[in-house]
Design a protein around this ligand. Structure first.
Ligand code: DSN
Length: 423
């Protein structure tokens, strides 16, 4: 397959090769990124990309579904078993579409949704002002408690009673603490709202039993498939039986046409991988690594939102270091440490140049790094911060980061074999 690419499109082949090398030769700390297995990669790059399959198994609008029906059913069954859900829809192209489908399955345009504000860790599609979700629906946003950086369930309940939303969204993209989905479920029930839970970031921790599952407490659970869950890029909806038909209709024909069958095939593979003791060990280590990283960063005087982490990510508020998030993210990138700049709760700066830095441990855990390596990474981050304008020190740290990467190669079965891929 790689040879065909090299032959037909050397320019793109070379760029893919460069990306393989970049991913191997950098410490990837973006909490929503990971390395998929070779099996997932192969399924994703398979002939299933050729097939149109609008509809659902046994109810398609195109013929030739002898194989696709079997694949989609397998993906659905594996997802249901893994998440202990009544129903699974594995067709959403992404988490954003999955969220929109969840809302449109349950409520009408103009109804009120209530989600976590973006600068406080929520997602764009939880009703943030620039998202279509705030234009289609009336959006009310709750925040974390600025003093603690944590969700304040009493305040969320007060807001729910005041605004009477039709949907309350739990879940986040930049929240380092465990979320109490049971309380969200109770609040929603008390005010007559549906509870939609977005576990895109923590899905891998949920299936491994490390973070409590929202499935018993939510009407619909939405997730992506590529973050801690370590599948291909995609989305998924899980729901109670009573919502199954509405969810399916909201995805197709409500929002999407033909499902991306190659992705769906790879999702099925990822679900099988996630249903193993190895995956549970990986998920446990993600959290151990994040806690060790947080502890070391605190020792170096970094201010962590909420004071630490319970999950896979850490949000650093850099105001006490007087370094803008973007400047540090770019300097770290030059030192082969890849993160993303991020808003912090009540951030006085614009999201394009905010006060925070978001980091996480899923990808480095997939590479087999553990607490000693994570402590070394904390040291690298601190040295970059202390030498933010000193390019020769940053270059030196980059060399050390490369050495660390060379000791923890992306596992062989996690990459496309490529002779030119060595560091
Ligand atoms: N962009 C994703 C993340 O990085 O968290 C959320 O969609």
């Amino acid at each position: 397959m790689e040879n065909a690419l090299e032959q037909y499109d050397p320019q793109i082949y070379e760029l893919v090769r460069q990306e393989i090398a970049r991913e191997s030769a950098s410490i990837r700390l973006i909490p929503s990124e990971n390395y998929v297995s070779r099996a997932v990669m192969m399924a994703s790059g398979s002939c299933l990309t050729n097939k149109y399959a609008e509809g659902y198994p046994n109810k398609r609008y195109y013929e030739g579904q002898q194989v696709t029906d079997l694949i989609e059913r397998l993906a659905q069954d594996r997802a249901k078993q893994l998440f202990k859900a009544d129903h699974a829809n594995v067709q959403p192209y992404s988490g954003s579409v999955a969220n929109l489908a969840a809302y449109t399955a349950l409520i009408e345009p103009g109804d009120t949704i209530m989600g976590l504000s973006l600068p406080h860790g929520g997602h764009l599609t939880h009703g943030w002002k620039v998202s279509i979700t705030s234009k289609l629906f009336k959006s009310v946003q709750y925040t974390v408690n600025p003093d603690t950086g944590r969700l304040d369930y009493n305040r969320i309940e007060e807001a729910a009673k005041k605004h009477r939303p039709k949907i309350i969204i739990s879940g986040a993209t930049a929240y380092p603490r465990e979320i109490d989905f049971e309380i969200f479920g109770r609040i929603a029930k008390d005010v007559g709202a549906y509870h939609v839970s977005d576990i895109a970031h923590i899905a891998g921790l949920v299936v491994a039993g490390i973070h409590k599952s929202p499935v018993p407490y939510a009407d619909i659970v939405s997730t992506t498939t590529h973050k801690t869950l370590r599948g291909p890029r995609g989305g998924m909806l899980l729901c109670k039986a009573e919502h199954a038909e509405k969810v399916d209709r909201a995805v197709f024909p409500g929002l999407q046409g033909g499902p991306h069958m190659h992705t769906l095939t790879a999702i099925a593979v990822a679900m099988a991988e996630a249903d193993t003791p190895e995956f549970i060990a990986y998920a446990k280590q993600i959290v151990k690594n994040a806690k060790a990283l947080a502890e070391k960063l605190l020792e170096y005087g970094f201010d962590l939102v909420s004071g630490g982490t319970d999950n896979h990510l850490i949000l650093i508020d850099l105001r006490n270091k007087n370094i803008p998030g973007k400047k540090l993210a770019k300097a770290l990138d030059r030192a082969r440490i890849v993160s993303n700049y991020n808003t912090t709760p009540a951030d006085p700066l614009h999201p394009a140049n905010p006060s925070g830095l978001r980091i996480g441990t899923p990808a480095i855990t997939t590479r087999g790094m553990k607490e000693p390596e994570v402590k070394l990474i904390a040291r690298f981050i601190n040295r970059v911060a202390e030498n933010i304008d000193n390019e020769s020190v940053i270059e030196e740290i980059g060399k050390e980061a490369l050495l660390l990467c060379s000791h923890f190669p992306v596992p062989d079965h996690f990459i496309i074999p490529n002779k030119k891929n060595s560091l």
